[in-house]
Design a protein around this ligand. Structure first.
Ligand code: NAD
Length: 544
């Protein structure tokens, strides 16, 4: 099997379960929620296949009920980070020599375990620890993670099978798809459990070893994914799970001479710090580290006067407020033509009046809490600014309350200037800012949209007029790495819409595709000659 040409059948996307009242999945999920709530976990580090308990503990609390402690997490310091790097480097040879079929089987089995026996518990951990409703948890920590593991295994096979097209008679040219030499530092954000699971495993599928630093606010669900990988047979040392204060452990990894790659998703500022640190240390590494980062966004919905209003309103409501706007792809600015504005405003008011805000454990709530005190303060700071600014008006929402959890109600701001700060800065919360433009200034406003924010992650155009779609498509070519026509700018699916943005939004390495996996390979070209020459002289040297 291991000598066969790498090939896996094309997977299908994991079906999304409904969690409708009376369904078996709903009962199972409720049971898992109760179990996690009643039994707080003690979460260790995982280094070289061993659980490590430092005794320095940090609690994980529920964002929707900050008095509820869900876990105590053992914190790493520089010594544990060094140990994790050493463990990864020790595991490297055996793991990279493991035949592809055995290696990829670990992740395909993990997908199966997550699709079945671990699904409810990982979803419940995402709901409680990151305050996601059942549907948002299902599409993230179950379906997207399962898809990452199944599809990346499929894409890995395609890459591993890649060979030079020509070998003349007597010559055999081949490519050996080596992993990088050294370890990959995988640093993941709070907002998608599946990004946590993907960042260390995408490189590992190709034979790399990794040190995984999860976000402090997502440790609960991320630790459960680590358990799934262990149960699926991932050998010790291949992925080392290290939680701890970034200020103490981040640079230990970033400055290490064996740093072979950084696989990051998170904010633009943190990524810029990482790139800067790697740049400053560039002469100290054994290889040039591959630096791959997906970062912030200021994602837009741009409506043309020919747009269908009900569909546009639904895209705005879902795109801006699902998961409290804490998706890197969330619609956070919109450009609406004057002629459509009264109907769009009325539609948004209708939608938002019907949305209930509260704990994800109560399945009637569409919007839950934002992730942390810091996020709450930042988001509400923007709302307070808009409430006082002559350049903005808070039209809908604007309420917030942190007495029990970090709740911010869906808020719509109208900006009177297209460069008002809520139109250009990433807020990362349930706040949608709208700029209403004169119908006759479609093209001028497209140009404004293109240049007024440094980001370029996702964006959508709504129009029925095909010329308008064509014009927007061209004008916004570099304004989004994922561009949507008559659809909301969120909800990319693995295997369907490879994800990532450029400009200040990242290196655009397209998570969930072979383009991303290529970053974790360092191919060796081998030319074998079956009949090498035995005389240095060429024929042209011969006498006439
Ligand atoms: P964050 O930048 O605060 O944290 C991300 C990770 O970096 C965490 O694990 C954090 O502990 C770690 N970190 C922070 N400082 C560090 C340092 N000095 N050294 C090493 N690690 C360090 O981001 P977040 O709040 O978890 O996530 C939200 C951000 O992520 C938003 O900006 C969002 O747009 C972005 N995001 C982008 C994508 C994408 O695909 N483009 C996807 C999801 C989230």
């Amino acid at each position: 099997m291991s000598n066969a040409i790498p090939r896996i059948q094309l997977p299908i996307n994991e079906p999304v379960r409904s969690y409708a009242p009376g369904s078996p999945e709903r009962a199972e999920l409720k049971q898992a929620l109760a179990d996690l709530a009643q039994n707080p976990l003690d979460i260790p580090l995982y280094i070289g296949g061993e659980e490590v308990r430092t005794g320095k503990l940090k609690p994980v609390t529920a964002p929707h009920d900050h008095s509820q402690v869900l876990a105590q997490v053992h914190q790493a310091g520089p010594d544990e980070m060094h140990a994790a790097i050493e463990a990864a480097l020790e595991a490297q040879e055996a793991w990279s020599e493991m035949p592809w079929a055995h290696r990829l089987s670990v992740f395909r089995r993990a997908a199966q375990l997550l699709a079945g026996p671990h699904r409810a518990r990982v979803n419940a951990a995402t709901m409680l620890g990151q305050s996601k409703n059942a549907y948002q948890a299902e599409i993230d920590s179950a379906c997207e993670q399962i898809d990452f593991w199944r599809f990346n295994a499929y894409f890995a096979c395609q890459l591993l099978a890649e060979q030079p097209p020509i070998s003349p008679t007597g010559i055999w040219n081949r490519l050996e798809m080596r992993p990088l030499e050294g370890f990959v530092f995988a640093v993941s954000p709070f907002n998608f459990t599946s990004i946590g699971g993907n960042l260390p495993t995408a490189p590992a599928m190709l034979g790399n070893v990794a040190v995984w630093k999860p976000a402090a606010t997502a440790v609960l669900s991320n630790w459960l994914l680590m358990q799934v990988l262990r149960e699926a047979g991932l050998p010790g040392g291949v992925i080392n799970f290290v939680s701890g204060p970034s200020s103490q452990i981040g640079d230990v990894a970033l400055k290490h001479p064996s740093l072979a790659g950084v696989h990051f998703t998170g904010s633009t500022g943190v990524f810029q710090h990482m790139v800067r640190t790697v740049g400053e240390n560039i002469a100290n590494y054994k290889s040039y580290p591959r630096v791959c980062g997906e970062t912030g966004g200021k994602d837009f919905v741009f409506a043309h006067p020919s747009a269908d209003v009900p569909r546009l309103v639904t895209a705005l409501t879902r795109g801006a407020f699902e998961y409290q706007g804490q998706k890197c792809s969330a619609a956070s600015r919109a450009y609406i033509p004057q002629s459509l504005w009264p109907a769009v405003e009325a539609g948004l008011r209708r939608d938002l009046e019907s949305i209930s805000v509260g704990s994800p454990v109560d399945f009637r709530n569409f919007v839950n809490a934002v992730i942390s005190r810091q996020a709450y303060d930042e988001i509400t700071g923007y709302i307070k600014h808009a409430q006082q600014s002559p350049d903005a008006e808070v039209l809908i929402g604007g309420e917030f309350d942190d007495s029990k959890g970090y709740f911010v109600h869906p808020t719509v701001i109208r900006a009177k200037k297209p460069d008002y700060r809520c139109m250009v800065e990433e807020i990362f919360g349930p706040v949608l800012t709208i700029y209403v433009y004169p119908d006759a200034e479609f093209e001028e406003t497209l140009a404004l949209c293109d240049r007024s924010s440094p980001y370029a992650l996702t964006g959508a155009v709504f129009a029925n007029d095909r010329y308008a779609i064509q014009t927007a498509d061209r004008a916004l070519k570099n304004a989004a790495g994922n561009f949507y026509i008559n659809d909301k700018p969120t909800g990319a699916v693995v295997g369907q819409q490879p994800f990532g943005g450029a400009r200040a939004s990242g290196t655009n390495d397209k998570a969930g595709s072979s383009l991303n996996l290529m970053r974790w390979l360092s191919p060796r070209t081998i030319k074998e000659n079956f009949n090498p020459p035995s005389d240095y002289r060429y024929r042209f040297l011969e006498a006439e």
